[in-house]
Structure formats: C-alpha cells, structure tokens
Design a protein around this ligand. Sequence first.
Ligand code: NAP
Length: 310
Amino acid sequence: MVPEQSLKNSESTSSKMSTITGKTNLVGLLGQPVNHSLSPIMHNAAYEVMGLDWCYIAMPCESKNLEKVTKALRYLDCKGLNITIPHKQEVLKACNKLTEIANNIQAVNTLIPEKNNQWIGANTDLEGFLTPLKNHDFKGKNVVVMGCGGSARAVVMALNSLDIKKVTIIGRNKNSLDIFVKNMSNLSKKNISIEGVNNKELNVSPYIEEADLIINTTPIGMNSRSNKQENIPLGNEIWECLSNKTILYDLIYTPRPTNWLKLGQKNNCFTIDGLDMLVEQGAFSIKLWSGFNDVPIEIMKSCAEKHLML
Ligand code: NAP
C-alpha cells in the first residue's frame, strides 16, 4: 500500500513558487537520455498552481550508477522520482517495497519516499494509459498491441481492467515475444485470451482487420518528420485492410500526430496519441508524492503542448 503523505505544512508549500529558496524540495526524473523530456515543464507548472515549493529536474543517469544515485537522492530528502527509459526494470533493485502493480509487471516509473531513507516503487503508466480510453466500451472486443517491451507490459496489464475478449501481441523477436506472452498470460484474467504473433513469420493482416483497438508500443515513428515506410509500424501496405471502426492509440507524442496516426486519420479512424498518457502518468505520480488529489492536468497538458510547438 502506498502511504498518503500530507505536505500541507510550511516547509513544503509557499505562495511564491517560482523562486528557488533554501526550503525548496527536489523532485525529478532519472533516465538516459532525458534532455528531450517534457516532464520538467509540466511538473513545475503543476507545482506552481498547487502551491508546492518543489523543483522538478531531469537528471541523466547511467545504468551502472542508478542504485547509488537513487540512494543518494533519498538521503538528500528528494520528495519523489520518475524513472524512464532505460531504467524502468533496473530500478527494481533500488526499491525496498513495490506496489502490487509494479510488482506484477516488474517495472517502476515512480519512486515514493518511505521512512528510513527507503523508496517504494510504483507504476503510474497503467492509469496514464487508461485515462484516454475511459469513454469507450471495450467489453468483448479484440485488441492488437504492437511491441512487447516495457510499456507493453503496462498496457497489457491495463487492458485486463477493460473486459476485453482477446489481446494479440505482434512482435518481431520470437524469443522475447514468447516470454512476454507467457508472463502476461500468467498475470492476466483467465477470460482474456493472449496470443503472440511474430510478424516475421506470419501475415498479421487478419489480426489488423478484426481489431477494435490497435496500440503502438514500439518507438517506430518517434521524432520522425519524414513519411518513409519505415516510420510506420509494420510498414505501409498492411494498413490497407484497416477498418474505419478501429481505434488507433500511439504511445508516441513527438511528432503529433505520428505518420501512423495520420494514416489512421485519413481512414477516418478515431486516433489517440501519447500526450494524454504522459500527462496523466505524471499527474498520478504527483498525487502519490503529495497526497493531493487535485492536480491541474489541463495546465500540465497545455504547457507540454506549448513546449512541443517551440
Ligand atoms: P522498449 O522497452 O524498448 O520496447 C520497445 C518494443 O518495440 C520492443 O518490443 C522492441 O522489440 C520493439 N521495437 C523497437 N524497435 C522496433 C522496430 N524497428 N521494429 C519493430 N519493433 C521494434 O521501449 P518502451 O519503454 O516500451 O517504449 C516504447 C515507446 O513508447 C517509446 O517510443 C516511448 O517513448 C513510448 N512511451 C510513451 C509513454 C507515454 O507516456 N506516452 C510511456 C512509456 C513509453 P525488440 O525487443 O525486438 O527490440
């Protein structure tokens, strides 16, 4: 269980947040690289509105230093950390406790300070992923997930709460796909069928055709402005069979929209990009660190959007 912390005291709040003082608390992000991260922009905007005297910094960290760095930051009374690529699994070693979700998927994106200079590992990617889907009904539907890496684990666990019928995971690497499907089948509800399909061996068109929701968890299309075929997951041709009833959800948020989502929009599909997930997972982290439920999500999103347009 994650402890609710009350930070409504004079050391943690102040009416003048934009100035860093001797009382300002540190929060931040560890990853490699982190210089592209939108998290400092959206977190610091939220803290200002919330009256939290916190400062969020993106800190590049190599895997070999992760344990030492997380320990040192805890000793420095850091109020919370986000963890991003490539450390979401590696950071488990630095956690003294895990929330149930983080333990199930063996991935952590949020460290919550615990007494005795310890860290609790949590994962807010699940809630972040689900928020943009909350007005849709997926009961009895078919879902395709492209990719079987770290974020796909959170996505498949999250899909468990949507009462869907079948999840098909499309992966390029047979070994990692088999391990992923085995792990996720063990963790998933018994009434959901989870199947792995290696796109190097099998034609995946029938799965695309029948899908109600398709999710891209691969980095294909990220930071790409060109329209080349390699910037679309599974290549251009496969999407000729796409139905306009299928919802496309890309975890990527740069560029907005990705080439794959543009293709979906041309086919009149409903599309979702990764920005809402990013904002929501950040907002859930703030809730865990601060104990406050009222996080200014719209402000976080508009600050992130403005920054993306620069
Ligand atoms: P990851 O753990 O490295 O997993 C990536 C997956 O994509 C792996 O299955 C990998 O296969 C596959 N893949 C990589 N390149 C590929 C290619 N060229 N062709 C086919 N498959 C390929 O990464 P991750 O942490 O899951 O992140 C994936 C993406 O999601 C990133 O773009 C990240 O920015 C985004 N993301 C967004 C949010 C958000 O809040 N919006 C949150 C988390 C992640 P192999 O195992 O064979 O390499």
